[in-house]
Structure formats: C-alpha cells, structure tokens
Design a protein around this ligand. Structure first.
Ligand SMILES: [Zn+2]
Length: 446
C-alpha cells in the first residue's frame, strides 16, 4: 500500500490535506481538513495513522511518500503488533516513509483539547473536572464522521454541537475527513475509531499539547477494541500527547454523573447514527442502551433529543454479543433493580438471557426446513441473526477474535488456530477427550 501525492490546498472552510492511497489495482483520495490555525503545518503523519489498519487488513507493507513524525514512525511496529494480537488475521507490515520529520513547532503552550461528538463518552470527557492531563482548553469536533448524515443534517449537527460546547463553556473547533469512505468497506468504525481519532489529533498537533480521546469502557468492562488505552497513547508525537481517557467510569456511570452533575448537558445528548436526523431514533442499540441508563437514573425526561418514553420491547429485542458490549448493559440492570424500576430491570435481564440462549424459533428452525417455513408464515421474517450468541455479526472483529479464542479454551480446553470460530456448547467429544486425558495422567502417575 502506498500513500502518495500528498497535497495541501486552501479552501473556503480552511486548509485541506489530501493524499492518494494505492493498494493492489485500486487508488483513492483521502482528505483531512480544518481551520488554518489548527492544521496549516500538518504533514503526512495523519495519513500514516489512517492507513496502518487498512494495510494490515490487506496484508500489505505500507510506504508513506511524505514527511512523517520520526517519533511516531518508530512506534508503528509496536502499534501494529498490538492490533495483530487482538486480530491475528491482521498482518504486521513493514512501514517506510520518505522523510522522518522533526516536529516543526515548539511544544508547551498549546493547552489541552478533547474530541467531542455530543455522545455519552465525549460529553462526560468534556465536562468532568480534570486534573490529568489538566483542565480542557478546547473541544474538537469532526463534522463528517457520520456516513448517514446528508449535507443539511451535517450542517445542523455542527450548529447543535456549537451550542453544546457553549454549555460546556469551551471553544469548539471543527475539522473534517472522508476517512470512513475509505475504511468502512473494510472495518466497522469501532475497529478504526482509535486510529481515526488519533489521525485527527495528529492533524491538529501544531495547536495542542494534549488531545484526549474519550474512552468507551471502564476497567471492569474493558474489551479488545479499536480505541484502546494500550494503543491510543502510542500515536503521541513529541509535540502532542494523545490520551485515551481514564477508565474510572463506564458508560452507565458517565450517564449517572451527567444526570447528577451536569443535567444541563442532557438536552444536547446525541448518540444515534442510524439516520440522517438531528434526533435520536429510540429504536437502535445505542439509543436503547442510553435511554435505559437515563431511565435508571430518572433523567430520561431531560434528554429531549430522545423519545419521551423508552419502549421496553425495543430493549427486549436487542441481541447483545461479545463481552465488551454485554458489559455495557450490566451496570444498568443492577441500577434499575436498585432503584426499584423492576419493569426496566426485568426487560434488561430478559434481553441478556435471550442473548445467551437461542429462541425457540431459532432452535427449531435450525433443525427443520418445515419448521422454518412455518415460523416464516406465522411470524414473518426472523428478527435476529441465526443463533450463535457469542459470535453474531454485530460485534466488532477485535471483540470477536478474543471471544473465539477464549470460548474454545473455556468450553473445550482446546487451543485452536487463532482466528477460527469456537465449536458450539458442550460436546460429547469434549467429555470423551477430558476423560482420556485424565486416564493418561493417572497411568503416568503409577
Ligand atoms: Zn438510534
């Protein structure tokens, strides 16, 4: 994979950096842009962060035909090994650059910025009193990260984010990139998220000494993911430290903190990326998750971009897979029970149980074509992917590789080639194999 033809152009909105990325017989342009005071001195380093995971997925080496921070280049092999340890189908590439550049600007007076999108994690990161790496001086919003937003929605969302930043009390800087058009066909954003935000942080490093990337998990629920506390900080350059925000509060605890300490931010919460709208749909996984948290904290009425009521059938309909995404729901179920919202707690527990076992329909349909046809006639098309709770299609590749390896070990005591699916639940062969191992062991002791 080659990143080349790196160009800088001035436009109406600011300065845009573009590069051609060639891989196999394909070639496309990727762009990053922002106001001149943030990005005028940028170089090819953001393109390195943007292209590393795609090169690993293609199994190609990577050459960046431009000036890249020498300090970042030196850490790329370590970053690549970390990604490959979470997903062994990714190949650690040789990475070369045309020029290893010194940072062209001094560090020390730029202050602290935080990436901001009005979701739960970034609203919390923007508002919580902060001693490390210090109080925030600015928020950075990428106005083109949602692929479902048309131009009118993107413009309205930028204005809505400016109003939210005013409530936080910090200046907002808007940047842009079309990176997702390049990476979405290869990865979900959950896999690209850390490198994508690191690329944006590297884009604006002439302006800030520190850039905070909001975290998605607390320590208890931490799962392999594209934005990770072990990886994100490695993208730091000598002039700008990149921080994965602290893991002391998870998603539900952040909602609880916002409800208690900053209820004025709740009317600005926007978590939904399903449609080109300025409101939250109330039907998708992220909406159901956030509305459940808000309801458990008695604050749903304040979050006015959501529907006024949580439809508990929407909660029951979720299929939550992978240790990372299930972990996000657990504190909400505990809290709902604690505050006596048994209706919500029951729905959450129903959903988690349903996520752990096949439905009757799935059990019968997988065994008989006649049963499948009967269900289809009586109840319409299935609402869920076929049963395989730990491996359904909706969770991201890093979480999946981790789950596969551990399920094989936990269920069967088997060490399988990395990246292969685990066999289903308890099998007769597992029982036979463990009995045989026990007999061999006893024979040897005699
Ligand atoms: Zn939604």
């Amino acid at each position: 994979m080659r990143v080349h033809s790196i160009e800088r152009a001035s436009g109406r909105d600011g300065i845009e950096w573009s590069a051609r990325i060639s891989v196999a017989d394909q070639e496309r342009t990727v762009r990053f842009g922002g106001p001149p005071e943030l990005v005028s001195n940028a170089d090819a380093t953001p393109f390195l962060a943007a292209a590393l995971l795609p090169a690993m997925a293609w199994g190609h080496d990577l050459h960046v035909d431009g000036a890249v921070s020498g300090a970042v280049v030196a850490k790329v092999p370590m970053i690549a090994r970390l990604f490959a340890s979470m997903d062994p189908t990714l190949r650690v590439p040789e990475v070369t650059v045309a020029e290893e550049a010194e940072e062209p600007w001094p560090a020390g007076d730029g202050g602290v910025a935080c990436m901001f999108s009005r979701g739960v994690d970034s609203s919390y990161s923007a508002a919580v009193p902060r001693v490390d790496p210090g109080p925030l001086d600015a928020l950075v919003y990428c106005r083109t990260l949602e692929p479902n937003h048309d131009e009118a929605t993107a413009a309205a969302e930028l204005e809505a984010t400016r109003r939210a930043a005013e409530v936080v009390g910090l200046p907002l800087h808007a940047v842009w990139t079309d990176l997702r058009e390049f990476t979405d066909p290869m990865f979900g954003w959950s896999a690209m998220h850390g490198s994508g935000l690191a690329a944006l942080a590297l884009l604006v490093r002439q302006r800030f000494d520190h850039v905070v990337l909001p975290s998605a998990y607390d320590l208890e629920s931490l799962a392999p993911a594209g934005s990770h506390p072990a990886i994100d900080p490695l993208w730091s350059s000598p002039s700008t430290r990149i921080h994965h925000d602290h893991l002391d509060r998870g998603r539900h605890a952040k909602v609880a903190w916002l409800a208690a300490e900053r209820p004025d931010l709740l009317p600005h919460l926007k978590v939904c990326y399903q449609h080109s709208t300025q409101t939250n749909c109330g039907q998708c996984h992220k909406c159901a998750l956030t509305m459940s948290s808000l309801r458990a904290e008695g604050a749903l009425g304040l979050a006015t971009l959501f529907p006024a009521e949580l439809d508990l059938e929407v909660v029951r309909r979720q299929r939550v897979v992978g240790p990372g995404s299930r972990g996000l729901w657990v504190p909400i179920a505990r809290r709902a029970r604690e505050v006596g919202d048994d209706e919500l707690a029951d729905a959450l527990e129903d959903m988690l149980r349903l996520s752990a076992v096949p439905t009757l329909r799935e059990l019968l349909s997988s065994r008989s074509k006649v049963a499948e046809q009967a269900f289809r006639t009586l109840a319409g098309p299935p609402r869920f992917e076929p049963y395989d709770p730990e491996r359904a299609t909706t969770f991201e590749r890093f979480d999946r590789a981790y789950t596969d390896a551990r399920l094989s070990l936990i269920r069967h005591g088997e060490v399988r080639p990395l990246g292969t699916p685990p066999p289903p639940g308890l099998r007769a062969s597992t029982v036979v194999a463990s009995l045989a191992a026990s007999i061999r062991h006893r024979r040897r002791r005699r």
